[in-house]
Ligand binder design. Structure first.
Ligand code: GLN
Length: 568
């Protein structure tokens, strides 16, 4: 029977509930327990697909094509498990389902109310995740902070859950802040006391407290929290800040979190297999190379907007012991400047990631031109590919007024055009070409080689526009290589520039499949080329600086990604 863990947050938002949930998932998986992690988001949007990345960061796309909260990315990366559309629930989606049922008359004359109808739907969604893959443990993270009006129905639902499925099968974990007050030279427990009091007023007594802090807990703090919050002292788990989120599972393991969880849920204690994870963190903390990669986008003032891209770079870096320093470049700044070198000089690689809308687009196109002309390793992702295509059309294929129909519907040369199946789409939410689709790769291309000569690979998509086939011949004749298409040949999925050291762009989003333990080959290729272009070697290890042959070996040995994907 599946066990259920609920993770709530107290005191402040952005406290790291997602990392705690994902980290605990890793600890359970490392003991051979299967895990699925679910996020309940209190906002009214049906999903985050139509939200600006400035609101909640990037939209993470699952294999089955759901547009979800970025925490699902953490869940996948930490647990090496695919999440599905079932793993992302918002208040909006709950109300939508209940209202649809009400319109159909399913409630047979009843007054539809938060309790029981909304809470029943919430509980049903949690059970659905359990039924879908039958994991040993379902972890549910409740978005927001205890005390928010919005999350009350979620908290009421999870309160009822313990009564429904039985005490030993449900556990409540509260992630809280224990702040250091510099003027007093002390850590304070009062915010946690208040937040637990709030939780109790709803009827939930936490079983475990995860104490986020910027330094080790002072002596006596654990005992005080235990006393005031009625949580056994061994269930008060310190979670100090770490240099990297990937260290979190190791820190939580050291503090005994997983053993507490297993005891409380009456699950067999098993010893964890964390040696690979430890190696990964060691590689992250002891790089032998350093490169600087520019990410050129319009949401750069909130790095969460490009979270999966950042993490994919990190994973590729780990596999090559390379510290990847990201230079955030605002595409609008590029538009305004005379010479792109002002912002791009000195980088060893660049990414133009996905995006929507006209703002900043000219800056991205300008950046691609500079990158192409300077031979800087480049990876274009979705909109990044579309910008690369526009740039080539204008500057190399003689179509000086080429554009994407997304940005200029009247353009004479719409080298990027609406997908035919998108012509009549009116609604914005959930209507793009979304999720996992196959791409056929052309042999003897760089992309094909990086994917270890796989003929078909599966990657996640999120787009409405595509390469316009009317221009294919012109592009190929002028020096472009179409290295991947949909299996029927209709849609261009990947392009590259043979005359350039490393210039690859894809209509899909490889970043969503990258994992710390399974870096993505395209990101590895980018980092490898960036190192070749002249990334620094760290002084500590310069005597043993690996040659590129060595790094290409590590590339080979750490790219089993697409063999695991082909099953879908
Ligand atoms: N706006 C572009 C499209 O809809 C690119 C989307 C993206 O980068 N995810 O096709």
């Amino acid at each position: 029977m599946t066990k259920f863990i609920f993770v709530t947050g107290g005191v402040v938002s952005s406290i790291g509930k997602g990392i705690v949930a994902a980290g605990l998932g890793r600890l359970l998986k490392s003991r051979d327990y299967s895990v699925s992690i679910l996020k309940l988001d209190p906002y009214i949007n049906v999903d985050p697909g139509t939200l600006s990345p400035f609101q909640h960061g990037e939209v993470f796309v699952t294999q089955d094509g759901a547009e979800t909260d970025l925490d699902l990315g953490h869940y996948e990366r930490f647990t090496d498990t695919h999440m599905s559309r079932l793993n992302s629930v918002t208040t909006g989606s709950i109300y939508q389902a209940v209202l649809n049922r009400e319109r159909r008359g399913d409630y047979q004359g009843c007054t539809v109310q938060v309790i029981p109808h909304i809470t029943t739907e919430i509980k049903e969604r949690i059970h659905r995740v359990a039924k879908n893959t039958n994991p040993d443990v379902v972890i549910t993270e409740i978005g927001g902070t205890v005390g928010d009006i919005e999350s009350l129905p979620f908290l009421e639902a999870i309160r009822q859950f313990r009564k429904d499925v039985g005490r030993g099968n449900v556990l409540y974990m509260h992630v809280t802040l224990v702040p250091w007050i510099a003027s007093a030279g002390e850590m304070k427990t009062k915010p946690t006391q208040h937040s637990v009091k709030e939780l109790r007023s709803i009827g939930i007594q936490p079983d475990i407290l995860i104490c986020r802090c910027d330094r080790p807990l002072q002596p006596g703090i654990k005992e005080k929290l235990s006393e005031f919050c009625d949580v056994p002292v061994e269930s008060v788990i310190p979670a100090p800040d770490a240099k990297s989120i990937y260290e979190a599972p190791l820190l939580l393991e050291k503090e005994g979190l997983a053993n507490q969880v297993l005891s409380l849920l009456h699950l067999e204690h098993r010893s964890p297999e964390l040696s690979q994870w430890q190696i990964l963190v060691d590689s992250l903390y002891h790089p032998t190379h350093r490169v600087e990669i520019a990410i050129i986008g319009k949401y750069v003032r909130l790095s969460d907007a490009y979270l999966s891209v950042m993490e994919a770079l990190r994973h590729a870096g780990i596999s090559m012991k390379c510290d990847v320093n990201i230079r955030w470049v605002n595409s609008e700044d590029l538009e305004a400047c005379e010479d792109p070198a002002t912002y791009l000089e000195g980088i060893q690689g660049a990414i133009v990631p996905g995006g929507f809308g006209t703002r900043g687009i000219d800056g991205k196109i300008k950046a691609v031109q500079y990158i192409r002309e300077q031979g800087i390793p480049f990876l274009g992702l979705c909109l990044g590919m579309q910008c690369a295509v526009i740039e080539w059309a204008r500057n190399q294929a003689g179509l000086s007024n080429a554009h994407s129909a997304e940005f200029n519907a009247e353009t004479e040369h719409a080298v990027i055009n609406l997908l035919p199946e998108q012509q009549d789409v009116v609604d914005l939410g959930g209507t793009m070409r979304l999720g996992l689709y196959p791409s056929r790769l052309l042999p003897n291309t760089l992309v094909y080689e990086l994917y270890q000569q796989k003929e078909v690979v599966y990657e996640r998509h999120r787009h409405r526009y595509e390469f316009n086939n009317a221009y294919r011949n012109l592009f190929v004749e002028s020096g472009y290589r179409i290295s991947g298409t949909s299996p029927d040949g209709r849609l261009v999925e990947a392009i590259e520039l043979p005359s350039h050291p490393f210039f690859i762009a894809t209509q899909f989003h490889p970043e969503f499949e990258s994992r710390p333990s399974m870096p993505h080959p395209l990101f590895q290729g980018l980092i490898q080329s960036a190192i070749a272009r002249g990334g620094q070697s760290s002084s500590a290890t310069s005597a043993t600086e690996p040659s590129l042959e060595t790094t290409s070996e590590s590339l080979q040995s750490t790219s089993p990604l697409h063999s695991t994907l082909e099953v879908s």
